[in-house]
Design a binder for this molecule. Structure first.
Ligand code: SAM
Length: 225
């Protein structure tokens, strides 16, 4: 599905979100700012066309790896990053079986990726596994709007208009019907925070973005005593 929409993916992200997606990714970098220091190793899981990976690299992390299992997405990510003065390494891999040793990254991020994994809990445990003690995770994902009137309006847009526009521009109606369907099945803010705690993350918190259309969850891996 992602291979089929790769070419129009960025355009549709910006168009369908009114460019809010750019702000949300910049906020991930700002939230993790104190961890994005020169020596930090950063992994962006389900990186897609690499926008968050590149924002993290620009924010100061010297070593950023973007991982995705969809080759056409990665090819676009590599092309876009070719002119950046901060290199990002884009590699093919499965988020549920990350090709890295335990405790090898200072920061791990996943943006609009967790919802697409075959298992959310397994995905969270895998993110925790590769984090060093004291390392930080950030999960950016669609969530549940918190303002009642706005929620109804957004629901109409998300379930009725977005699939039509997305289908028309990308040529894949299925992918843009899958989007609201998958969001409706995905845990809301509180439930996702609970799942992160159950997976073993500490200091779990979240912030609603644009009225809860999306949420940014963060957590850390416990330090050794
Ligand atoms: C909606 S896109 C998000 C891309 C990017 N993170 C962003 O913020 O735009 C979801 C991405 O997750 C990837 N993906 C889904 N399941 C995956 C898995 N098991 N392993 C690696 N990547 C996966 C897809 O290939 C796709 O590129």
């Amino acid at each position: 599905m992602f291979a089929g929409i790769a070419r129009r993916y960025d355009l549709l992200n910006h168009l369908l979100s009114g460019n809010a997606d750019k702000r949300w990714r910049r906020l991930v970098a700002r939230t993790l700012e104190s961890s994005l220091v020169e020596g930090a190793r950063v992994l962006d899981v389900a990186c897609g066309t690499g926008d968050l990976s590149r924002v993290l690299a620009r924010a100061g992390a010297a070593s950023v790896i973007g991982l995705d299992f969809c080759r056409p997405m990665l090819e676009i990510a590599r092309r876009k990053a070719a002119d950046d003065n901060r290199a990002v390494l884009f590699i093919e891999g499965d988020a549920l079986r990350l090709p890295f040793a335990d405790e090898s990254f200072d920061v791990v991020t996943i943006a609009f990726g967790l919802r697409n994994l075959a298992g959310v809990e397994e995905g969270l445990r895998e993110l925790l596994r590769i984090l060093k003690p004291g390392g930080r995770a950030a999960v950016l994902e669609f969530s549940s709007p918190v303002v009642p009137g706005f929620r109804a309006l957004f629901r109409f847009y998300f379930t009725r208009l977005l699939p039509r526009i997305g289908g028309w521009v990308s040529g894949s109606r299925g992918a843009y019907s899958y989007l609201p369907d998958s969001v409706s099945r995905f845990p809301d803010q509180e439930r996702l925070a609970a799942l992160m705690r159950e997976a073993g993350f500490e200091e779990v918190g979240y912030r609603n973005l644009t009225g809860g259309i999306a949420a940014l969850h963060t957590g850390t891996r416990a330090r050794r005593m």
